[in-house]
Ligand binder design. Structure first.
Ligand code: FEO
Length: 395
């Protein structure tokens, strides 16, 4: 492999997972990477590892640069197994290496990999570690996105290694933002934020503010998934600042499913109403789309209209799954509306509204229910609902 330098004596030694399509339920249609970094200095330092199924790649990439036995320090920014599950193997090879993590990281390492990790040294927010010519600074990143998370900053090179933050699930031949299609990169960065970091928006905003106020500048942001931000690190900082603030477009996401086409007809009429008001609309039928795609569309939407036919007095299963996923990710400051067809007792619209209210969402009342098949009058109600929500979105 061609050695990949971030700066002099700082290398990418991670792995590209071209074929992963399901990352604990997040549909990764463009694969992913597990980024690890090696710094050659008086103390040879490895920052993070890779998913255990790629440990051969990690070891091969390090071996092209230095004998892995010579690693002195291993920094564990985050214990989730996509980044730490090669650690037991690396620690056996680099027998004399000292492992550093946050305090919670140490507990989590022991809980994942057993008592071999009781010797891990813990570091606190702001603590520095001299490697020789270079110095690492550790930044507490509790709950971004696990309790153990921390960022590592290389002071002399101004390179931030924030682990999961600012990442994307994107496999590619290029490792840097100037080597990949910008549109694809931002699409995946958006999807990643929506599916991983959306519920942590206030923490993200606070952390960015804290880092900016501390005077720390980043020439490069090297996350643990996807592309390294070299050309324009400010671009992803600005995008995170906007998402964390809950900034939206005049856009409505219509998420629905259908049994015999009635809820589909309703969804189409609602979309026509909204479009006639000049609002951007995105429709997703949940047997053709997945939850990760739908939540990505919701990130920048001002309103979300969810449609479900009633099945066995409740929601259609694909819509029920979406509602569970959405409630967990807590999208902020959106208008939610519900609609659907029913045959006799109904229940789907009521169930969705109750679930949304319980989650603290702003719910447009009343929901719109149509018996069996919508007639012209019913479709007019749908059209009007689309127009009305569009007006609220534009307000
Ligand atoms: Fe990429 Fe939280 O692990």
């Amino acid at each position: 492999m061609v050695k990949i330098n971030l700066a002099r004596d700082i290398y990418w030694v991670g792995a590209v997972d071209w074929n992963i399509r399901d990352f604990h339920g997040y549909i990764t249609s463009r694969g992913s990477t597990y980024n690890a970094y090696l710094i050659l200095d008086d103390k040879v330092t490895l920052i993070d590892t890779v998913k255990h199924t790629f440990s051969d790649d990690l070891i091969a990439h390090i071996s092209e640069i230095i004998n892995p036995e010579k690693i002195d320090y291993i920094i564990v920014n985050h214990v989730e197994m996509d980044h730490s599950s090669s650690l037991p193997r690396i620690a056996k090879i680099a027998k004399n290496a000292t492992i550093f993590s946050s305090e919670r990281g140490k507990d989590a390492l022991i809980e994942h990999y057993g008592p071999d990790f009781t010797g891990v040294k813990t570091v606190k927010n702001g603590e520095e570690l001299k490697l020789g010519e270079r110095t690492l600074k550790f930044i507490d990143a509790t709950m971004l996105h696990w309790p153990d998370s921390m960022f590592t900053y290389i002071i002399e090179d101004k390179i931030l290694m924030p682990n999961d933050a600012f990442g994307q699930h994107l496999a590619s031949g290029g490792r840097f933002d100037d080597e990949v299609d910008d549109h694809v990169l931002m699409e995946e960065a958006t999807k990643y934020y929506a599916n991983i970091l959306m519920p942590l928006g206030p923490l993200v905003a606070r952390k960015i503010q804290e880092v900016v106020q501390s005077g720390l500048t980043c020439c490069m942001i090297a996350p643990s998934h996807g592309i390294i931000w070299r050309k324009d690190p400010d671009k992803i900082i600005k995008a995170y600042t906007s998402w964390a603030a809950g900034e939206t477009k005049t856009k409505i996401a219509i998420v629905y499913d259908t049994m015999w086409g009635s809820t589909d007809k309703m969804a189409r009429a609602i979309s026509e109403g909204a479009i006639s008001e000049g609002v951007e609309v995105k429709m997703l039928k949940m047997r053709s789309s997945d939850n990760s795609e739908a939540i990505t569309e919701i990130l920048e939407a001002k309103a979300v209209l969810v449609g479900s036919p009633t099945l066995n007095n409740g929601m259609f299963p694909t819509v029920g799954s979406f509602m569970t996923y959405a409630v967990g990710l807590k999208p902020k400051d959106k208008i939610w509306g519900f609609f659907g067809s029913f045959g006799w007792g109904g229940g789907a619209v009521r169930g969705m509204s109750e679930m949304a209210r319980k989650a603290g969402f702003e719910v447009h009342e009343p929901g719109l229910e149509i018996k069996y098949v919508p007639d012209e009058e019913d479709l007019k109600k749908c059209l009007d609902l689309g127009k009305q929500i569009a007006k609220e979105v534009k307000a």
